[in-house]
Design a protein around this ligand. Structure first.
Ligand code: NOJ
Length: 666
């Protein structure tokens, strides 16, 4: 036993003694009885909870509470006045997603609390929901005479892990918009980190992830670690003035969530986050349609065209129509157009004033005739006040033009030069945009967001978001491109927070602007990422010329669905490799895709998920002879085989390579 762990056991015993006394603990277990949560108060009335799975302690007693401004804290003096329990078991159908049905099966424990000495008359609750694959809990503050509007200065919420497990996270400071490489660090060394934090308890063989669900009118929950202690504490993003949250009409916090599963694959199948969001609030969702799209986009990052008007302007009518024509002929549902509006020279944006050489009426007419959507773009430069002032007119404008998708963007260190993107200020703004867009039947692809928390259940028009170090970093980042492990780490980290607009599908490995920076994968891995990195709006990032030069692989992007009936992970290890099998909605077709990091490997997948007794035609796109991400990224072998559920598919992957397979019923 190492020195750290010994010290920790001493602390654990002391903590258990100090938390153990007073009011009898309240307990609740998951429906399968494996995960148990206990809530109790100590002699000083401090509230804590602990979590175990089977008999293994996952979280030792962990403090709950809030520090408030100008009124007594919700920190101690607590008395449990009542406990209520209920079982929830329902199945619901998301408008789009990685599966067509989601089961919400959990046991709820509502702990009602009073603080008779410190805050007489005040009544609050903590509500736990325990699922077979994890736990969620939140604070609730009913409006009452002694608790009107108030200000949260800090959360005391702890997550007392029992050892400095291996973990993967992003730091809050020094990374903008979550565009970083996930660091693998012992839990006590992560400093101030954003969630999701992915955690591996190697001793107990548990794959876990800490995050939150339903971030509404609150600050994003980051966590803070203290060196030498495996206890994480909630550390909310502050307003510039230091407060964390102004509580007014929303009287509940977001749910704090911990996924607890046996392996990395099951962790990715957890739907706790979605289950802890509210049901869909949009009555008619017929206009919310998953789509494959391409764009007048990579040309800007390759500097072959400009966002601003001038001789090399990208968003000209002719160029957009050329893209729409290509999209129509190659199975893409939409074309994103950036640089269409005034004024990219000053970044003083109008969201309704097109450049003179962008004729939106001809473009949308062409799109309608060819069944290709115009995907609009509202880069705000982080000036939310300017955007909000134009929000109604912008959404009306798009609605009038028949545009149903808009990509929003918030490039800038701070919103309105002052507030952090993940602060309550940012959260309020993003919500305003989603709700207003829904009223005009517009779907949103949000870049530079606050980390997603499952709001797409309630507002399925929030289709995808960036909040990732995406493929654009392969155009210009000084370190040469995203390392091979990045894309096989994201599914186990960032994607636990929801769909991602990573924009895979770059087929060109030469960069005229930054010759030392390029996509660090094979071409076959780019196809695999189209299936692996889930997004209901999935972008093929490259330029027309590079697709025309590779018609074989393009055929896969041209028909790969973005909405699924069912998802499975036959092979998965964070940072090393991932294989996903997805059943396309309303069809008999399965897609299988695999990607590896730095190491070449052989993927072996028993095809037991296929319907027994049926023969499938497999069209396989895999790394070609001698493919290698550094020396020879482009060879792709395309072949067909007949396979059944009794077969096992064994395929080689090059270094940073991959494969994508379509299996259609014959
Ligand atoms: C950053 C976004 O991630 C990128 O997609 C976009 O092209 C630029 N901002 C300009 O808005």
């Amino acid at each position: 036993m190492n020195k750290f762990f010994k010290c920790f056991l001493v602390w654990l015993t002391a903590a258990a003694a100090s938390f153990g006394a007073a009011a009898g603990p309240a307990a609740v277990s998951s429906p399968d009885g494996r995960i148990a949560v206990t809530v109790s108060t100590d002699k000083a009335g401090r509230l804590s909870y602990s979590v175990s799975r089977d008999s293994h302690v996952v979280l030792a007693p962990s403090r709950l509470g809030l520090v408030l401004r100008g009124v007594p804290d919700m920190a101690d003096g607590f008395r449990i006045t009542k406990t209520d329990r209920r079982h929830i078991d329902e199945t619901w159908r998301p408008v789009w997603g990685e599966e067509s049905e989601i089961r919400n099966n959990c046991n709820e424990l509502r702990v009602s609390l009073a603080q008779p000495k410190t805050a007489p008359g005040r009544a609050i609750s903590v509500v736990f929901r325990v699922f077979n694959d994890g736990v969620g809990f939140r604070y609730e503050f009913p409006r009452q005479k002694t608790l009107q509007d108030f200000v949260i200065m800090d959360e005391l919420t702890e997550f007392a892990f029992t050892a400095p497990h291996r973990s993967w996270s992003l730091p809050v400071e020094g990374i903008r918009f979550y565009e970083g490489l996930f660091r693998e660090l012992p839990l006590d060394s992560i400093g101030w980190a954003s969630t999701p934090v992915t955690i591996r308890d190697d001793q107990a063989r548990l794959s876990m992830a800490l995050h939150e669900a339903n971030l509404t009118d609150y600050a994003a929950m980051n966590v803070r670690a203290t060196p030498g202690s495996p206890v994480l504490r909630a550390a909310l993003t502050p307003w510039a003035s230091g407060e964390k949250v102004f509580v007014t009409d929303t009287r509940v916090t977001p749910w704090r969530t911990l996924i607890i599963t046996d392996n990395d694959g099951d962790m990715m199948l957890s739907r706790i986050m979605l289950n802890l969001n509210e049901p869909c609030r949009i009555d008619d969702t017929s206009w919310v349609r998953p789509a494959r799209y391409m764009g007048v986009w990579w040309c800007y990052h390759m500097k072959t065209a400009t966002w601003e008007d001038g001789p090399r302007h990208g968003a000209t009518t002719d160029n957009v129509i050329r893209h729409m024509d290509f999209a129509a002929r190659h199975g893409f549902d939409g074309v994103l157009v950036e640089g269409w509006n005034h004024d990219w020279r000053t970044w003083d944006f109008s969201f309704t004033r097109p450049y003179d050489d962008f004729d939106i009426d001809s473009i949308t007419a062409f799109g309608r005739a060819h069944n290709v959507a115009l995907i609009g773009h509202n880069e705000t430069g982080g000036k939310t006040l300017n955007y909000e002032a134009q929000l109604d007119s912008a959404m009306d404008f798009y609605h009038d033009k028949g545009v149903h998708y808009v990509k929003t963007g918030y490039v800038g260190d701070f919103l309105d030069n002052r507030e952090r993107h993940s602060s309550q200020y940012g959260v309020r703004h993003y919500r305003k945009v989603i709700e207003r867009a829904a009223r005009s039947q517009i779907c949103i692809d949000n870049h530079e967001p606050v980390i997603p928390t499952g709001l797409q259940r309630t507002y399925p028009n929030l289709m995808t978001q960036e909040g990732v170090r995406g493929q654009e970093w392969d155009a210009w980042c000084p370190e040469g491109g995203n390392p091979p492990s990045h894309t096989v780490t994201l599914p186990f980290t960032r994607l636990l927070a929801g769909p991602v607009d990573f924009t895979p599908g770059t087929f060109c490995f030469e960069n005229p602007v930054f010759p030392k920076t390029r996509v660090l994968t094979t071409l076959a891995k780019q196809l695999a990422l189209f299936v692996i990195l889930y997004s209901p709006l999935q972008m093929a990032s490259d330029q027309i010329e590079n697709y025309e030069a590779n018609p074989g692989p393009l055929a896969f992007l041209s028909e790969c669905p973005t909405d699924w009936e069912r998802t499975l992970y036959p092979e998965a290890e964070i940072g090393r490799y991932i294989t996903v099998a997805r059943h396309a909605k309303d069809s008999d077709t399965w897609y299988l895709a695999s990607a590896t990091g730095e190491e070449a490997r052989t993927s072996t997948v028993p095809l037991t998920f296929l319907t027994p007794g049926v023969t499938y035609l497999a069209t396989i796109y895999r790394d070609g002879p001698d493919a290698d991400y550094l020396t020879n990224p482009t060879p792709v072998t395309i072949e067909q085989r007949r396979l059944t559920a009794a077969d096992t598919l064994t395929l080689p992957l090059a270094r940073s390579g991959g494969y994508a397979v379509r299996l259609t019923r014959i």
